[in-house]
Design a protein around this ligand. Sequence first.
Ligand SMILES: Nc1nc2c(c(=O)[nH]1)N=C([C@H](O)[C@H](O)COP(=O)(O)OP(=O)(O)OP(=O)(O)O)CN2
Ligand SMILES: [Zn+2]
Length: 160
Amino acid sequence: MEFEIPKKVQKIDEDIQREKLKYHNKRVAVTKEFTFDAAHHLHCYEGKCKNLHGHTYRLVLTISGFVDPVGISMDFGDIKKIYKEAIESRLDHRYLNDVLPPMNTTAENMIVWIWEEFDQKLDDYQWKEKGFLLEEIVLYETPTSYATMKREWMDHDESL
Ligand SMILES: Nc1nc2c(c(=O)[nH]1)N=C([C@H](O)[C@H](O)COP(=O)(O)OP(=O)(O)OP(=O)(O)O)CN2
Ligand SMILES: [Zn+2]
């Protein structure tokens, strides 16, 4: 037996069809959060963090892009795919001093590395040519200590 879509719902579908043209093509940012666990120690640092220790890092990624006719800018699933390939597969359950390029593994240095890796993937997978931009990254080292990078700050710094 075939299910007949109720008249009221058909009307809603027609309204959606009309409305989506109105909302489509606006730039909207979407954000997805991830966690990974890793060990590290700091160089040239006097304090407890010079000793080997671990964190559950929390990474908050924000990407802007144009909303398509379905109502989606960048699919949360696509953000996850890039995160897994560019970041998780390389940092999760690793000793950061060993796997990252030579750098002091502060939250500041790590967030710059994460920005560059994620941004490169947006380029590799043709997201950039469709107008998608990495807008902001927040990297929590502990629940109360975190670093932030924003595209608007870079644009401002480049014009100085
Ligand atoms: N500007 C930075 N300061 C510190 C960094 C860093 O990356 N950038 N890193 C550390 C350590 O790695 C440490 O693990 C985290 O520091 P801290 O917030 O002091 O950790 P606590 O758990 O002790 O913090 P609470 O005050 O107990 O919340 C040190 N500094
Ligand atoms: Zn630490």
